[in-house]
Ligand binder design. Structure first.
Ligand code: UD1
Length: 395
């Protein structure tokens, strides 16, 4: 633990500051905040939103779906280059640290908000807890890999989702005393919301459910710079999707950066982009690609649950499909989540169009069998995290 840590009065609640910034953070923080709130004598909690993601569909709708409390502090940093975004978050979050004097900063995942706030806290000798520590793709061309490695280096409590993460941390020389294998907080959220997601009417809106019959469809998400920032690669993936869409319709809720690139590269005709996809609009999904703006948590969960297969370059979706038992084709050359391949339903495919088609058609024909549910992906990760904090916190 940090040697310069302040001396605490053990009667005072621990002042915990949670950081969220980007879409994949919200579902990891929601179960933790709920669990922390069960101990009002032990913890005071504060939610800081950096504003890395700011569009309604990338942020606000998640607060509604997950019943997250409004952020106590909104930094409003927005988009920028990596240095601009990380730097702006650091400057703004340092002010929060001066003002609020947190006892513990909790960061999640691997986005720029994670590394920025961990770095500020560590320099102010505020202990840092990292949820989802130890994941490694061993690919330093991914900005997230750099964020993971540095955040773990700076953290005092490293909460991991799987044994390979523990091993990665040990191999990097991190003391075992700081590593806590607690399971997957994002899966806590999934299990908490799966029932309510069944009430979503997204299948009707897309014309995928009629008279209780659900059409077969594939679900796609793409946003990694390595896939969507290069015209040739992006077009190659869309060519493959077009072929797959001759067999089953493809629903493609697209990230804002992806939509921007679709427009830049003049690929709009390939993807049937429904810019004005309205809440009550009924779609007649035919054998084609239907591209729509990003969806909220519950609608997306409903679509994932009923999909024949998912093709994605997201990290979290590899884990969610593993729990749902839905085949997941990961359109990247590596994964920081190998447990989803070993124990789940994930196949790392890469972004070569021929390979994507070959594996997609094979999965459509033969399916894929789920091996097992990874250890501690049971809805109780937040409970374990809080238990560790309560027992290990040094007053
Ligand atoms: C970030 C994370 C990535 C995560 C992804 C989930 C980093 C380095 N990357 O990538 O790990 O998988 O979030 O979405 O932190 N934009 C909007 N509205 C928004 C947010 C973004 O239009 O609300 C557009 C902007 O043009 C922006 C671009 O998307 O420049 C990229 O946003 P940014 O947060 O920088 O990275 P993501 O690609 O979202």
């Amino acid at each position: 633990m940090n040697s310069q840590k302040k001396l605490y009065n053990s009667n005072r609640p621990i002042k915990v500051t949670h950081i969220v910034g980007a879409r994949p953070n919200f579902m990891k923080v929601a179960p933790l905040m709920r669990e922390v709130s069960r101990y009002p004598q032990k913890f005071d909690q504060l939610l800081v939103h950096t504003g890395q993601h700011y569009d309604e569909e990338m942020s606000k709708s998640f607060f509604n779906d997950l019943k997250l409390t409004e952020p106590d502090i909104y930094l409003g940093v927005g988009s920028g280059t990596h240095a601009e975004q990380t730097g702006k978050i650091m400057i703004e979050f340092e002010r929060v640290c001066f003002q609020e004097k947190p006892d513990l900063v909790i960061v999640v995942g691997d986005v720029n908000s994670t590394i920025a706030c961990a770095l500020v806290a560590a320099k102010h000798c505020i202990p840092v807890a990292h949820i989802e520590a130890g994941l490694r793709s061993f690919d330093r061309t991914m900005p997230e890999e750099i964020n993971r490695v540095i955040t773990d280096r700076l953290s005092d409590y490293l909460f991991t989702t799987c044994e390979d993460a523990n091993q990665n941390l040990i191999e990097e020389g991190i003391s075992e005393n700081k590593i806590f294998f607690v399971g997957n907080a994002m899966i806590d959220s999934l299990l908490n919301h799966i029932k309510i997601a069944k009430n979503s009417i997204i299948l009707e809106k897309l014309g995928l459910r009629k008279n209780n019959n659900i059409k077969k469809y594939g679900l796609v998400t793409l946003h990694r710079p390595s896939n969507v920032d290069n015209q040739k690669i992006f077009k190659g993936i869309l060519d493959a999707l077009k072929e797959i869409a001759k067999e089953i319709p493809i629903i493609f809720p697209a990230h804002p950066r992806t939509i921007k690139q679709i427009k830049n590269f003049k690929l709009i005709e390939m993807v049937n982009y429904e810019e004005n996809f309205l809440p009550n609009e009924l779609k007649n999904t035919d054998q084609n690609i239907v591209t729509i703006p990003p969806l909220g948590y519950l609608d997306f969960l409903c679509l994932m649950t009923n999909a024949k297969m998912v093709l994605t370059d997201s990290g979290g979706i590899q884990e969610e499909t593993t729990i749902l038992g839905i085949p997941c084709l990961t359109l990247r050359n590596n994964t920081e989540r190998p447990i989803t391949v070993k124990e789940g339903t994930n196949i790392v495919v890469g972004n070569d169009p021929e390979k994507i088609m070959e594996i997609a058609f094979s999965v459509l024909k033969n399916g894929i069998s789920r091996k097992r549910i990874p250890k501690y992906w049971d809805g109780k990760a937040a409970e374990r995290i809080v238990k560790v904090l309560l027992t290990k916190w040094k007053y």
